[in-house]
Design a protein around this ligand. Structure first.
Ligand SMILES: NC(=O)c1ccc[n+]([C@@H]2O[C@H](COP(=O)([O-])OP(=O)(O)OC[C@H]3O[C@@H](n4cnc5c(N)ncnc54)[C@H](OP(=O)(O)O)[C@@H]3O)[C@@H](O)[C@H]2O)c1
Length: 288
C-alpha cells in the first residue's frame, strides 16, 4: 500500500491536496518546518527542513496506520534562490534507501528542464529514471487571499506589483492540487511537465476592477518599478536574492511572458479551471 509525502506541508497546494487524499482514503504525511505544530487536526505531520539535512530521515520514520511505505513525494522548494542541491539530496535518499518510485515537482511557468531554480531537480528525475511529473503553474489566485497581498487589499485597498499591464491566466490552488492529485495517484506515471493555467487572461488592472465590483469599494493596482518592488519585498522579510528572483518574474510578466492559455486542467482532471469572478465570490469574507 502506498503513502504520499507532501513537502510544503502547510502551504497553499499541499493542504488542499491533503484534503483530497483524505477524502480518497489514501494515506499521506505533511512535512515542513512547522507542520508538526500547525497541521490541521487529524492530519499526520512531521518536522522537515530543506536547509537541515538531519531532518530528511524524519518522514521515513513515520508509522502509518497499516504499515504503508512512502511511494510518492510532492516536492515544494523552500524560498531560496538555489534549492536544487537539497531537493536532489532528498530525492536520492528517498529512492536509494526507501524505494520511493514517483515524484511530482511544483515549480513555475518560467522554469525549464536543466534551467535555473528547480530546473536541475527535473533534470535529475530524467537522469536517475524515476516516475515524475513537473507542474508549472502561472500566478496563483490565492496570492490575494493567503499571501502578503491579503492584508494590503483588506487594509489599504491596494495591490502592488511590477507586472505592469501584463496579462496572466491566474490559476486557483484548488485546480493545481487537483492536477497534482492525478499526477501522484494515477496508475500510469505522466513523465511530462504541465503548464497549469486558468481559464482567462487578466491583467492586475482587470483584477482590481473585479475586486472593486465584488467588494463594493475601489481597489487599485499600484504599478511599481522593479527596484521599488524589490525593496518592498525585502521589507517584508524576503532575502535580497529571493526578492530579486520574484521581481524578475513579475518583470517578465509585464513583458507578456505569462500571456498563454491551454486546457491542461480540463484534460487532466476532467473539469475546467475556476474563473476569477467565482473565486472572489467564494472568498469574499477574506477582504471585508
Ligand atoms: N504563488 C504563486 O503565484 C506561484 C506561481 C507559480 C509557482 N509557484 C510555486 O509554488 C511553490 C509554493 O507552493 P505553495 O504555494 O503550495 O506553498 P506556500 O503556500 O508558498 O508555502 C510554502 C511551504 O513551504 C514550507 N517551507 C518553507 N521553507 C521551508 C524549509 N526551509 N523547509 C521545509 N519547508 C519549508 C512552508 O512551511 P513552513 O514554514 O512550516 O516550513 C510551507 O508549507 C513555490 O515553489 C513557487 O515557486 C507559486
Amino acid at each position: 500500500m502506498m503513502a504520499i509525502l507532501l513537502t510544503g506541508g502547510t502551504g497553499k497546494t499541499s493542504i488542499r491536496l491533503a484534503r483530497m487524499l483524505q477524502d480518497s482514503k489514501i494515506p499521506f504525511l505533511l512535512a515542513s518546518r512547522s507542520a508538526s505544530v500547525v497541521a490541521p487536526p487529524g492530519m499526520p505531520a512531521t518536522k522537515f527542513d530543506w536547509l537541515d539535512p538531519s531532518t530528511f530521515a524524519n518522514p521515513f520514520q513515520h508509522a502509518f496506520p497499516n504499515g504503508e511505505k512512502i511511494s510518492a513525494i510532492y516536492l515544494i522548494a523552500p524560498e531560496v534562490s538555489d534549492p536544487a542541491p537539497a531537493m536532489n539530496a532528498l530525492v536520492d535518499l528517498a529512492v536509494e534507501k526507501h524505494g520511493v518510485k514517483r515524484f511530482v515537482l511544483l515549480t513555475g511557468t518560467s522554469v525549464e528542464e536543466m534551467g535555473y531554480y528547480t530546473g536541475p531537480v527535473w533534470q535529475h528525475f530524467e537522469d536517475i529514471g524515476v516516475e515524475y511529473c513537473v507542474l508549472r503553474p502561472t500566478w496563483f489566485m490565492e496570492n490575494f487571499s493567503e499571501w502578503e497581498q491579503v492584508v494590503l487589499i483588506r487594509d489599504e485597498s491596494k495591490i502592488y506589483t511590477a507586472c505592469g499591464d501584463g496579462k496572466i491566466p491566474f490559476i486557483s490552488a484548488d485546480d493545481i492540487a487537483a492536477v497534482a492529485f492525478r499526477a501522484l495517484t494515477d496508475e500510469k506515471p505522466q513523465y511530462t511537465d504541465y503548464k497549469v493555467l486558468g481559464p482567462e487572461l487578466l491583467s492586475y488592472n482587470d483584477i482590481a476592477v473585479k475586486f472593486s465590483k465584488a467588494l463594493g469599494r475601489e481597489i487599485t493596482h499600484v504599478k511599481l518599478s522593479a527596484e521599488e518592488q524589490e525593496r518592498r519585498l525585502q521589507k517584508l522579510g524576503m532575502s535580497e536574492q529571493f526578492a530579486k528572483l520574484l521581481t524578475s518574474l513579475e518583470v517578465r510578466t509585464a513583458g507578456g511572458f505569462e500571456e498563454q492559455m491551454n486546457d491542461v486542467v480540463a484534460q487532466v482532471t476532467g473539469r475546467p479551471p475556476k474563473k476569477f469572478d467565482r473565486w472572489v465570490q467564494d472568498n469574499k469574507a477574506t477582504w471585508e
